[in-house]
Design a protein around this ligand. Structure first.
Ligand code: AMP
Length: 213
Protein backbone atom coordinates (compact mmCIF):
# COMPACT_ATOMS: atom_id res chain seq x y z
CA UNK A 1 0.00 0.00 0.00
CA UNK A 2 1.43 3.35 -1.05
CA UNK A 3 0.23 6.24 1.05
CA UNK A 4 0.77 9.98 1.11
CA UNK A 5 -0.13 11.95 4.24
CA UNK A 6 -1.48 15.46 3.69
CA UNK A 7 -2.37 18.14 6.21
CA UNK A 8 -1.11 21.33 7.78
CA UNK A 9 1.96 21.26 10.02
CA UNK A 10 0.79 20.01 13.42
CA UNK A 11 -2.34 18.29 12.06
CA UNK A 12 -1.11 14.99 13.45
CA UNK A 13 -0.10 13.34 10.19
CA UNK A 14 3.23 12.16 11.61
CA UNK A 15 1.48 10.47 14.54
CA UNK A 16 -0.96 8.71 12.22
CA UNK A 17 1.82 7.80 9.78
CA UNK A 18 3.74 6.11 12.58
CA UNK A 19 0.68 4.13 13.71
CA UNK A 20 -0.17 3.12 10.13
CA UNK A 21 3.43 2.07 9.55
CA UNK A 22 3.23 -0.28 12.55
CA UNK A 23 -0.17 -1.69 11.55
CA UNK A 24 0.69 -2.37 7.91
CA UNK A 25 4.40 -3.14 8.33
CA UNK A 26 5.51 -0.59 5.76
CA UNK A 27 8.13 2.16 6.29
CA UNK A 28 7.23 5.63 7.52
CA UNK A 29 9.26 8.10 5.50
CA UNK A 30 9.30 11.62 6.93
CA UNK A 31 11.23 14.13 4.84
CA UNK A 32 11.30 16.52 7.83
CA UNK A 33 13.00 13.78 9.90
CA UNK A 34 15.48 13.08 7.09
CA UNK A 35 16.42 16.76 6.94
CA UNK A 36 16.69 17.04 10.73
CA UNK A 37 19.01 13.99 10.83
CA UNK A 38 21.15 15.57 8.13
CA UNK A 39 21.33 18.83 10.09
CA UNK A 40 22.32 16.95 13.22
CA UNK A 41 25.03 15.08 11.33
CA UNK A 42 26.16 18.31 9.67
CA UNK A 43 25.97 16.88 6.14
CA UNK A 44 26.03 18.99 2.96
CA UNK A 45 22.28 18.41 2.56
CA UNK A 46 21.69 19.45 6.17
CA UNK A 47 23.68 22.65 5.69
CA UNK A 48 21.65 23.52 2.60
CA UNK A 49 18.28 22.74 4.24
CA UNK A 50 18.76 24.40 7.63
CA UNK A 51 18.22 28.04 6.66
CA UNK A 52 14.95 27.28 4.88
CA UNK A 53 13.66 25.13 7.71
CA UNK A 54 14.48 27.62 10.47
CA UNK A 55 12.65 30.31 8.48
CA UNK A 56 9.55 28.11 8.10
CA UNK A 57 10.03 27.91 4.34
CA UNK A 58 10.13 24.89 2.07
CA UNK A 59 13.44 23.39 1.07
CA UNK A 60 13.75 23.70 -2.76
CA UNK A 61 12.17 20.84 -4.73
CA UNK A 62 15.51 19.79 -6.24
CA UNK A 63 16.90 18.99 -2.78
CA UNK A 64 14.02 16.73 -1.84
CA UNK A 65 12.66 15.00 -4.96
CA UNK A 66 15.65 12.76 -5.80
CA UNK A 67 16.08 11.89 -2.16
CA UNK A 68 12.51 10.56 -1.93
CA UNK A 69 12.50 8.90 -5.34
CA UNK A 70 15.67 7.00 -4.36
CA UNK A 71 14.32 6.12 -0.92
CA UNK A 72 11.11 4.53 -2.24
CA UNK A 73 13.15 2.28 -4.55
CA UNK A 74 14.78 0.65 -1.50
CA UNK A 75 13.94 -2.98 -0.76
CA UNK A 76 11.92 -2.24 2.39
CA UNK A 77 9.46 -0.25 0.24
CA UNK A 78 8.49 -3.24 -1.94
CA UNK A 79 5.21 -3.72 -0.06
CA UNK A 80 4.55 0.00 0.09
CA UNK A 81 5.37 3.06 2.17
CA UNK A 82 3.89 6.03 3.97
CA UNK A 83 5.20 9.40 2.93
CA UNK A 84 4.88 12.08 5.61
CA UNK A 85 5.72 15.63 4.59
CA UNK A 86 6.17 14.77 0.92
CA UNK A 87 4.90 15.85 -1.55
CA UNK A 88 4.52 19.45 -0.41
CA UNK A 89 4.23 21.13 -3.82
CA UNK A 90 2.53 20.23 -7.11
CA UNK A 91 5.91 19.71 -8.88
CA UNK A 92 6.91 17.26 -6.10
CA UNK A 93 3.63 15.35 -6.56
CA UNK A 94 4.14 15.23 -10.32
CA UNK A 95 7.73 14.00 -9.91
CA UNK A 96 6.52 11.28 -7.53
CA UNK A 97 3.78 10.18 -9.94
CA UNK A 98 6.26 10.14 -12.80
CA UNK A 99 8.71 7.95 -10.86
CA UNK A 100 5.95 5.54 -9.80
CA UNK A 101 4.43 5.47 -13.28
CA UNK A 102 7.74 4.30 -14.68
CA UNK A 103 7.38 1.21 -12.51
CA UNK A 104 3.65 0.78 -13.32
CA UNK A 105 2.77 1.83 -9.83
CA UNK A 106 0.73 4.60 -8.23
CA UNK A 107 -0.25 6.18 -4.91
CA UNK A 108 -3.19 4.22 -3.44
CA UNK A 109 -4.33 6.76 -0.87
CA UNK A 110 -3.68 10.41 -0.11
CA UNK A 111 -4.92 10.91 3.44
CA UNK A 112 -5.79 14.47 4.37
CA UNK A 113 -5.76 15.00 8.12
CA UNK A 114 -7.89 18.12 8.28
CA UNK A 115 -7.39 20.61 11.15
CA UNK A 116 -8.42 24.27 10.91
CA UNK A 117 -5.69 26.91 11.35
CA UNK A 118 -7.04 28.19 14.66
CA UNK A 119 -6.22 24.83 16.31
CA UNK A 120 -2.76 24.60 14.81
CA UNK A 121 -0.80 27.33 16.61
CA UNK A 122 -2.22 26.17 19.92
CA UNK A 123 -1.30 22.55 19.20
CA UNK A 124 2.21 23.36 18.05
CA UNK A 125 3.05 25.25 21.23
CA UNK A 126 2.56 21.98 23.16
CA UNK A 127 4.62 19.89 20.79
CA UNK A 128 8.01 18.62 21.98
CA UNK A 129 10.68 16.82 19.99
CA UNK A 130 13.62 14.76 21.10
CA UNK A 131 16.86 16.62 20.39
CA UNK A 132 18.59 13.26 19.81
CA UNK A 133 16.28 10.93 17.87
CA UNK A 134 13.56 13.35 16.71
CA UNK A 135 10.61 11.45 18.26
CA UNK A 136 7.69 13.82 18.83
CA UNK A 137 5.37 14.25 21.80
CA UNK A 138 2.70 16.65 22.99
CA UNK A 139 2.53 17.88 26.56
CA UNK A 140 -1.22 17.15 26.71
CA UNK A 141 -2.14 14.57 24.07
CA UNK A 142 1.05 12.46 23.80
CA UNK A 143 3.12 13.10 26.93
CA UNK A 144 6.40 11.30 27.47
CA UNK A 145 6.49 8.93 30.47
CA UNK A 146 9.01 11.15 32.24
CA UNK A 147 8.59 14.88 31.72
CA UNK A 148 11.15 16.35 29.33
CA UNK A 149 12.79 12.99 28.59
CA UNK A 150 12.35 10.92 25.41
CA UNK A 151 10.72 7.48 25.94
CA UNK A 152 12.65 6.05 23.00
CA UNK A 153 16.24 7.10 23.67
CA UNK A 154 16.35 9.10 26.92
CA UNK A 155 17.27 12.32 25.06
CA UNK A 156 16.10 15.79 26.09
CA UNK A 157 12.75 17.05 24.76
CA UNK A 158 12.69 20.57 23.33
CA UNK A 159 10.32 22.93 21.52
CA UNK A 160 11.66 22.78 17.98
CA UNK A 161 12.85 26.11 16.54
CA UNK A 162 10.32 25.82 13.71
CA UNK A 163 7.46 25.01 16.14
CA UNK A 164 7.75 28.45 17.76
CA UNK A 165 4.62 30.58 17.14
CA UNK A 166 6.22 33.09 14.69
CA UNK A 167 7.60 30.28 12.54
CA UNK A 168 4.38 28.27 12.74
CA UNK A 169 2.49 31.25 11.26
CA UNK A 170 4.94 31.34 8.36
CA UNK A 171 4.66 27.56 7.88
CA UNK A 172 0.89 27.85 7.76
CA UNK A 173 1.11 30.53 5.06
CA UNK A 174 3.43 28.31 3.06
CA UNK A 175 1.07 25.38 3.58
CA UNK A 176 -1.92 27.31 2.20
CA UNK A 177 -0.01 28.63 -0.78
CA UNK A 178 1.99 25.60 -1.85
CA UNK A 179 0.76 22.41 -0.19
CA UNK A 180 -3.01 22.76 0.10
CA UNK A 181 -3.49 22.61 -3.70
CA UNK A 182 -2.41 18.95 -3.40
CA UNK A 183 -5.81 18.14 -1.88
CA UNK A 184 -7.41 19.03 -5.18
CA UNK A 185 -4.64 17.24 -7.09
CA UNK A 186 -5.33 13.91 -5.35
CA UNK A 187 -9.09 14.49 -5.29
CA UNK A 188 -9.03 14.60 -9.10
CA UNK A 189 -7.18 11.29 -9.08
CA UNK A 190 -9.94 9.91 -6.86
CA UNK A 191 -7.67 8.56 -4.17
CA UNK A 192 -8.21 11.23 -1.53
CA UNK A 193 -9.35 10.21 1.93
CA UNK A 194 -10.32 13.08 4.21
CA UNK A 195 -10.47 12.71 8.00
CA UNK A 196 -11.35 15.21 10.70
CA UNK A 197 -8.04 15.63 12.54
CA UNK A 198 -9.59 17.52 15.47
CA UNK A 199 -10.84 14.20 16.86
CA UNK A 200 -8.83 12.02 19.25
CA UNK A 201 -5.76 10.24 17.88
CA UNK A 202 -7.36 6.80 18.16
CA UNK A 203 -10.62 7.92 16.51
CA UNK A 204 -8.71 9.40 13.56
CA UNK A 205 -6.71 6.17 13.25
CA UNK A 206 -9.87 4.02 13.27
CA UNK A 207 -11.51 6.17 10.59
CA UNK A 208 -8.48 5.76 8.37
CA UNK A 209 -8.04 2.02 8.89
CA UNK A 210 -11.76 1.40 8.32
CA UNK A 211 -11.21 2.58 4.75
CA UNK A 212 -7.75 1.10 4.20
CA UNK A 213 -8.76 -2.29 5.57
P1 AMP B 1 8.04 18.59 8.82
O1 AMP B 1 8.72 17.92 9.94
O2 AMP B 1 7.43 17.63 7.83
O3 AMP B 1 7.01 19.62 9.26
O4 AMP B 1 9.15 19.39 8.00
C1 AMP B 1 9.94 20.40 8.61
C2 AMP B 1 10.54 21.31 7.54
O5 AMP B 1 11.36 20.55 6.65
C3 AMP B 1 9.54 22.02 6.64
O6 AMP B 1 9.01 23.18 7.23
C4 AMP B 1 10.41 22.31 5.42
O7 AMP B 1 11.27 23.39 5.65
C5 AMP B 1 11.26 21.05 5.32
N1 AMP B 1 10.61 20.01 4.47
C6 AMP B 1 10.18 18.78 4.87
N2 AMP B 1 9.65 18.11 3.84
C7 AMP B 1 9.74 18.94 2.76
C8 AMP B 1 9.34 18.84 1.40
N3 AMP B 1 8.73 17.74 0.92
N4 AMP B 1 9.60 19.88 0.59
C9 AMP B 1 10.22 20.99 1.02
N5 AMP B 1 10.58 21.17 2.30
C10 AMP B 1 10.37 20.15 3.17
Amino acid sequence: MKIVMLGAPGAGKGTQAKMLSEKYGIPHISTGDIFRMNIKNNTELGKKAKGYMDAGQLVPDELVVDLVVDRIKAKDCMQGFILDGFPRTIPQAEALDYALNNQNEKIDYAINVDVPDEHIVERMSGRRACSDCGATYHVVTIPSKKEGICDVCGGTLVLREDDKPETVKKRLEVYHEQTKPLIDYYNKKENLLKVDGTQGIQVVFEEITKVLG
